[in-house]
Design a protein around this ligand. Sequence first.
Ligand SMILES: Cc1ncc(C[n+]2csc(CCOP(=O)(O)OP(=O)(O)O)c2C)c(N)n1
Ligand code: SF4
Ligand SMILES: [Mg+2]
Length: 322
Amino acid sequence: MRAADVPYEKVTVKNFPKGPDSLAPGHRACQGCGEVLALRLLLKALGTEFIAVSATGCMEVCTGPYPQSAWRMPWIHVAFENAAAVASGVDEATQILSKKGRGYDRRIPVIAVAGDGGTADIGLQALSGALERHHKNFVYVCLDNEAYMNTGIQRSSETPFGAATTTSPTGSRSKGQYTWKKNMPAIAAAHNVPYVATANPAFQFDLMSKIRRAAAIEGPAYIHVYAPCPTGWRMKPELAIESGRLAVSTRIFPLYEIIDGCYEINRKVADPKPIADYFKIQGRFRHLKEDDVAYITERVNADYERLVELSEKFPVKAAPQA
Ligand SMILES: Cc1ncc(C[n+]2csc(CCOP(=O)(O)OP(=O)(O)O)c2C)c(N)n1
Ligand code: SF4
Ligand SMILES: [Mg+2]
């Protein structure tokens, strides 16, 4: 079956999952952390019928200080670089056990979770292998807070152009990060996987529906999640959702899906807000001048237009009616 035709239950106001959160309260994330909010919503959408694998990073450190765990399902903490390798092994093992009548009598999604450093930098090789091998029940979630936050805000290949971090500082010789974000959704899609999506906790129903869709599709899936980090972004803790909304309305972080290689933009932005609105609530961009912002705006718009072009040339098509 085409991935576009696989049925799944969207999350709406009416059917919002009830019951206790799959991520227990009392974890140690910073006040206003958008990354832990995204994780909580993702797990809530899935319930507890899955197996989770986490790379080292903020979410693992905050939720699993030995001997405690906030994860209310089987959860494996692995090294920084190998969440995808371990999750793919768990997927194969559960399938073999099931075939032998010693495992589950239904499909069990295996969800690998890692930060941007654990995904786009050190874990990229393991992720590429897992996507290429086409594991059936494998879903990979990158929580992108745009730096190595757990170890003190070092730049990663997902840190946006111009952002200040401790290793891309500002000063007379530097304007912060000088490279553009690595395009992880495009890299994942290049492995010919059936499902790739971007998501954002400010759009909670969209985010929760996407993880359900990813888990329902047979084959590897990749979701790249915008994860606002007030501590690392030098932002007031109450602004994580506002920054998420602005990331979409300025076109900085478009919401889209790539299904069977076809593109769908989930929130079209015909008339984008000024990127300066997004930058002014985050201290990491405080040093940027008007011409820097104009330079970034040009690139952001060009990237968005390319996405629009792809969605027009290769649209996700509904299945023909029988
Ligand atoms: C091989 C290895 N190198 C470095 C570290 C130290 N380390 C642990 S977490 C981390 C940063 C994690 O960054 P990211 O994946 O973006 O997750 P975040 O904390 O930002 O959510 C680093 C460098 C490690 N645990 N293992
Ligand atoms: S450093 Fe950032 S991502 Fe990590 S727990 Fe704090 S707010 Fe969340
Ligand atoms: Mg990070």
